[in-house]
Structure formats: C-alpha cells, structure tokens
Ligand binder design. Structure first.
Ligand SMILES: Cc1cc2nc3c(=O)[nH]c(=O)nc-3n(C[C@H](O)[C@H](O)[C@H](O)COP(=O)(O)O)c2cc1C
Length: 174
C-alpha cells in the first residue's frame, strides 16, 4: 500500500451502527487482536486489556449500560477496551494513569482499523455508564473501561462524516 492508498484506506472508514447477524469468525477476532498487540505503548508496558464479548445476554446488558444504544446489542462482537492502571502505574506512578489511557486508546484505534482492513465495520462507543459496565463484566477497580468497539458485518452510511478544515487544527510554533 502506498501513501495515497493509505490515506484512501483511512478516508473510507466510517462508523457503522447497523449490522447483519453473521458472527465474526474466530480468525477475524484473532486478527483484530493481533493488530492491537502491535500498538505502541508507554515503556512498552501495554497497559491495556480487552474483554471480547460475543454472548448475546452480555451484549444486551452492555447495550443497557450504554444508555440503550441499539448498535451495541446488535453487533455480533464487542471489544471492551480497558486501561490497566496497575501495569502502567507500577513503573510511572500517577503519570501511569494518563499513559494507560493513551495505551488503551491507541490499541482500540488499531483494532478499529484492523476491522476496516478486513472489510468489517465498527463503531467506537464511548457513551456508557462505567459502573454498569464494570458490573456486567466483573472488572476489578484498577481496570477502567474506555471504549466499546462494536464490530460486525454492517451497512455503512451512504455519506461519510464531514471533517473540520485541517487548518483549524493546526498551530505553528506556538
Ligand atoms: C471517543 C469516542 C466516543 C464515541 N462514542 C460514540 C457513542 O457512544 N455512540 C456512537 O454511536 N458513536 C460514538 N462515537 C463515534 C463517533 O460518533 C464518530 O466517530 C464520529 O461521528 C465521526 O464519524 P466516523 O467515525 O463515521 O468518521 C465515538 C467516537 C469516539 C472517538
């Protein structure tokens, strides 16, 4: 893939919130997780964990915890990406909290793009009640759920989401 193909690859991803019932193959799930493990992390500590959820009752409970977002219940696979504070704080103290959040979000980004590379569709879902998600998955206190990546074979929207002008993001030298 050359650099313009890479930009095209990124530009053609969109969040998808409607999925077919087709399950993800174990190999597809494995591919997504393998891509996540290539992500950079602070001190190479990989301060993230992921709970892969395919059980229907658990998916529906997570949809409830996500303020009823339907796509969370309908996606055949959910990757609940979590910061692992202990892994990072053991080396970096308080700063490790920030590093764990960054490690986990980079890993989630890699997973989202891995799904896209496989022709799958996903929706990064950040709106949920953390305590409810903790309860559903039995997460210990040092594990913070950051994102639910709903993933499946889906129906992309006809139009891609618009972006701000790139110039509005950029500041030079100050
Ligand atoms: C941190 C974060 C949280 C998000 N939370 C939600 C969410 O709770 N529900 C949802 O439907 N989409 C959610 N999204 C998806 C965004 O709405 C979407 O990425 C944005 O509108 C741009 O559209 P695109 O992904 O199709 O380019 C979230 C995305 C990010 C990065």
């Amino acid at each position: 893939m050359d650099s313009s193909e890479f930009l095209g690859f990124l530009s053609h991803r969109s969040s998808v919130r409607e999925y077919e019932e087709t399950l993800l193959a174990d190999e597809e799930i494995g591919y997504i997780l393998s891509c996540a493990s290539t992500a950079p992390s602070a001190g190479n500590l990989e301060a993230w964990d992921v709970v892969v959820v395919t059980d229907e009752d658990t998916r529906l409970a997570l949809a409830d915890a996500s303020f009823g977002q339907q796509h969370v219940g309908e996606a055949p696979a959910l990757f609940v990406v979590c910061a692992n504070y202990v892994r990072s704080m053991s080396q970096y103290g308080e700063r490790g909290i920030l590093y764990a959040v960054q490690d986990a979000t980079i890993a989630c980004t890699y997973m989202m793009l891995a799904a896209h590379a496989r022709g799958l569709h996903s929706c990064w879902t950040g709106a949920f009640d953390e305590d409810e998600v903790r309860g559903v998955l039995g997460l210990p206190p040092h594990i913070r759920p950051l994102a639910i990546l709903a993933t499946g074979h889906g129906h992309p929207p006809v139009r891609l989401a618009e972006r701000m002008d790139i110039g509005d993001h950029i500041h030079r030298d100050e």
